[in-house]
Design a binder for this molecule. Structure first.
Ligand code: PLP
Length: 395
């Protein structure tokens, strides 16, 4: 079947919630993708920061295939071997205390919000607590996650959402303080804002949030769904700041392609929040996805993936800065590690994305005017050169 026919069939049956680019991807190899007509693309999107190890990383497929032959699912009424291994590794690598596995990022946020509320409930004996979230944040599309997402266009059609949410300005500590009340139980924030346009948190802002939460015995939730798992050159982005959250959320690259997320709690949050009966999931932490998580965490550590990112970041940033100096339509470059954004001025980002795709480069946007580069973490200099050459042409 021709790609155009495949797309026509898709549009007849799949609910139109995305304006998809007219490509049907069929397979991946390393950091390259191939569409169903055999055209090759360099991948600088990684399935929205998911495919951190690219495609068919040595050992990854084998780990999944091995688990397929053993057991896919058993429910959380029992233990299974992969969840034990994945849980131990995630706790060790984060230095935190306890993990709850979910099926997605949004569900990790839901769990984190519930844990924060329960922590306040246990402490005060009453509910009705408030949460401070950030403008331009993105935490997911389920009702709870949407309630703390700082984009009014995403929220508006679905009001009333979860109540008790107040929005502050990202990287403005005073604006956070202005939203504090006696009822505030938690602050939620991305360590590096992704969808909002690639904005890393200022170190003073993050440490300021930590201080506020310590002083008032509140829960600091850091959303590491996009910026975690080695993307910024550290296992988790907060590790570079030296600011540990009370709860962090993970997903995207956690399983490198299988649908899995997690919320991870420190000892304080874990010991006085969710108890048996408070939270659950049928699929979450099943043997299949956890075999992927355990393997991904092993590879990240043994093959020093975050170190590789750290090593190549100056090269990537230099190349992007050069691109910026050559093209007046690039207003700014922002980012951390392999999570980079080019803010465009005067040219629609969607047009650049389309043009790049035609030239064999997969990139995505963030916000309304930012070109987002979130490649697999295993790219080399040669692919950075290839990417800049194509962008040069497109811009
Ligand atoms: C993608 C994302 C989410 C939502 O994850 P889903 O798996 O799509 O539900 C939440 N927070 C951040 C920062 C994200 O990038």
């Amino acid at each position: 079947m021709q790609m155009s026919d495949q797309i026509k069939t898709a549009e007849e049956h799949i609910l139109h919630t995305y304006n998809r680019f007219p490509v049907v991807f069929e397979r991946g190899e390393g950091v390259y993708l191939y569409d169903s007509e055999g055209k090759k693309y360099l991948d600088f999107a990684a399935g929205i920061a998911v495919n951190a190890l690219g495609y068919h990383y040595p050992g990854y497929d084998e780990a999944l295939k091995g688990q397929v032959d053993k057991l896919l699912h058993i429910s959380n009424l029992y233990y299974n071997e992969p969840v034990i291994e994945a849980g131990e590794k995630l706790v060790k690598q984060s230095g935190m205390s306890k993990v709850f596995f979910t099926n997605s990022g949004a569900e990790a946020i839901e769990g984190a919000l519930k844990a924060a509320k329960k922590y306040a409930f246990v402490k005060t004996g009453h509910a009705d607590h408030e949460i401070i979230a950030m403008e331009h944040s993105f935490h997911g599309r389920t009702v709870g996650a949407l309630s703390v997402t700082g984009n009014v266009h995403y929220r508006e059609p679905f009001e009333p959402l979860m109540g008790g949410v107040r929005f502050a300005t990202f990287n403005d500590l005073d604006s956070v303080k202005a939203q504090l009340t006696d009822k505030t139980c938690a602050i939620i924030c991305e360590t590096v804002q992704g969808e909002g346009g690639i904005y890393p948190a200022d170190p003073e802002f993050l440490s300021g949030l930590r201080r506020i939460c310590d002083e008032r015995d509140m829960i600091l939730i850091l959303d590491e769904i996009q910026c975690g798992m080695g993307r910024t050159g550290y296992g988790f982005a907060w590790q570079e700041y030296g600011v540990m959250p009370d709860i962090m959320t993970c997903a995207k690259a956690l399983g490198c392609g299988v649908p899995v997320g997690a919320f991870v709690l420190n000892e304080r949050a874990a010991s006085a929040s969710l108890e048996p009966g408070d939270h659950g999931t049928t699929y979450g932490g099943n043997p299949f996805v956890c075999a992927a998580v355990a393997k991904v965490l092993t590879i990240m550590e043994e093959d020093k993936i975050p170190e590789h990112v750290r090593e190549l970041t100056p090269y990537l940033e230099t190349k992007l800065e050069e691109l910026k100096s050559r093209h007046a339509c690039i207003k700014a470059r922002r980012g951390a590690g392999f999570m980079q954004g080019l803010e465009l001025d005067g040219v629609p980002v969607g047009q650049v994305v389309k043009k790049a795709l035609a030239e064999g480069l997969v990139v995505i946007s963030a916000g309304s005017n930012v070109l987002r580069l979130v490649p697999p973490l295993v790219i080399e200099k040669q692919q950075i050169d290839e990417m800049t050459a194509i962008l040069d042409k497109c811009l």
